[in-house]
Design a protein around this ligand. Structure first.
Ligand code: BG6
Length: 489
């Protein structure tokens, strides 16, 4: 069923995210009949001139990044533009006039989504102005969608949250983690809780370790100004990776409601084993790429990228070991690794089951392969189960086989589809696949300790060549526990 009538007020209307993801997503919802006819989008930014300018911008974005075949005239007629100064009250009052007027024209019932897809330094300012200048004063629903990063560390996140919460209640805040919009990330719960053969085994009696790899081939691109201050720990681990860990480790929720699911995820984060500063090397490894070759092309070292400090101590790679100290997971390491300029773009989870108590088929020094459940998040979407069967013919030798399920894969990464789902959820008021404040706070608290230690120790960077799977120390992290990274292919 279609979403309720609503106005979407989009800050950062000329930004990269809006252009690549948001307009194509809104359009897809429209095309699928999931958007009410009663919708309007107001884009605010500083660059463009007027509605026509904006409509062309939106059209071009859909032509380039979306899949449109038809005439977009009717669709883009719902788009309006306002040049805006985010620090100026007068500017918000003009915006309010436009919004009120569109509310009447399109019969929007006062429903409003405020989407902040702009520079994070203004998140707090905008939220406060929205309230002070009357935009949140409406008889319909009001929701704030906010992109990452949600703060830079726990203190800044607390501060940002305070400012936001002065204008919106927690259940009106939709903090985006686009990994939660990915089909196979949403599938983790379903695989776990709808299959009798997995849930009974999903614990420390039968699982030996879990490995999550999210590798990228891209470097820092044009984002060095942001990235050099943040690094892989803040950019990927604090949000996407920790969210995946929570979904893999959480207890079955009592019901599939937002509150129940979130509270189970929060409990996982609460159970993360804390460590002392001097123990950090036992749990975490950082890396930064040097020059190397990707797809037969030589790419520069991170420190030689534009706008990167030539002596940058920022990590472009992080590997870590999470221990979850509760009854279900005591003793089972969750290993994660993520980085830029690695040898392929891929996100995968490998669940490695324990060896059976006795191997009857042990022969010629070769042992049985462990059972693995691989969840392919991208670029392929699917699951593979690794089993052992009898080798056909005489004798009793075993042969490893793979049972494969492949979801019809959507090509491309970070596709509009994730945003499309999240946007639709927000329009319907379903915050399940957004990050609750408690999750943000707990994950920052965990990450802050690591980043503080790292900030005070100069790392021997670069320590991995572009186009490889990361520094050697990341392999040793597993080797000392008797494991190794399963090849991601
Ligand atoms: C973003 C990070 O959150 O996720 C980027 O800021 C990263 O640095 C991106 O490239 C990866 O997303 P995806 O969907 O391509 O895996």
């Amino acid at each position: 069923t279609e979403a309720p009538a609503s106005l979407i007020l989009l800050f950062g209307a000329t930004g990269d995210l809006a252009k690549r993801k948001l307009y194509p997503s809104i359009y897809n919802l429209y095309k699928k009949g999931l958007l009410s006819d009663r919708f309007a989008v107001v884009g605010v930014a500083r660059r463009l001139k007027d509605d026509d300018d904006f409509r062309n911008w939106v059209k071009e974005s859909i032509d380039t990044f979306g899949n449109s075949s038809e005439d977009l005239t009717e669709f883009i007629s719902h788009f309006y533009y306002q040049s805006h100064d985010v620090t100026d009250s007068e500017s918000y009052r003009e915006l309010k006039n436009l919004v009120d007027c569109l509310d009447t024209t399109y019969h929007l019932d006062g429903n409003r989504i405020f989407y902040l897809a702009m520079s994070p330094e203004f998140f707090g300012t905008v939220a406060e102005h929205l309230k002070e200048d009357g935009l949140t004063d409406t008889k319909g629903f009001k929701r704030l969608v906010i992109e990452k990063p949600f703060g830079h560390d726990l203190p800044s996140a607390i501060n940002l949250n305070k400012r936001i919460r002065s204008a919106f209640k927690e259940n009106e805040v939709y903090r985006i983690d686009h990994y939660l919009g990915k089909e196979m990330v949403q599938n983790i719960e379903v695989i776990r809780f709808s299959n009798a053969i997995f849930e009974p085994l999903w614990n420390n009696r039968y699982i030996s370790n879990i490995q999550i790899t999210s590798s990228e081939t891209l470097g820092v691109e044009e984002r060095a100004r942001y990235y050099d201050k943040n690094g892989a720990l803040r950019d990927m681990l604090q949000n996407h990776m920790m969210q995946i860990v929570s979904l893999l480790a959480m207890e079955p929720p009592i019901k599939l409601t937002t509150d129940e699911i979130r509270s189970e995820k929060v409990r996982v984060l609460r159970a993360l084993r804390p460590f002392k500063n001097e123990e950090i090397d036992q749990y975490f490894v950082r890396g930064q790429y040097g020059e190397g070759t990707i797809n037969n092309e030589t790419v520069p070292a991170y420190r030689n990228e534009p706008n990167v400090d030539p002596e940058s101590n920022t990590e472009t790679y992080v590997a870590g070991k999470f221990m979850i100290d509760n009854f279900r997971w005591a003793g089972v390491p969750f290993y994660i690794r993520t980085g830029k300029r690695m040898d392929k773009k891929s996100t995968k989870i490998v669940v490695q089951f324990k060896d059976i108590p006795m191997n009857l088929y042990y022969k010629n020094g070769s042992s049985l392969n462990p059972n693995l459940l691989v969840i392919h998040i991208q670029p392929e979407e699917g699951i593979t189960l690794h089993l052992n069967v009898k080798k056909t013919g005489q004798g009793m030798e075993t042969n490893p086989v793979k049972l494969n399920f492949s979801n019809k894969s959507i090509d491309g990464m970070n596709t509009p589809e994730a945003y499309e789902k999240l946007l639709f959820d927000c329009l319907r008021g379903d915050a399940t696949n957004f990050t609750h404040w408690d999750e943000v706070a707990l994950s920052w608290r965990f990450v802050d300790q690591i980043s503080e230690v790292w900030a005070n120790q100069k790392a021997p960077f670069p320590n991995y060549a572009a186009g490889t799977m990361g520094p050697k120390a990341a392999d040793e992290l597993l080797e000392k526990d008797g494991f190794f990274w399963w090849p991601v292919a």
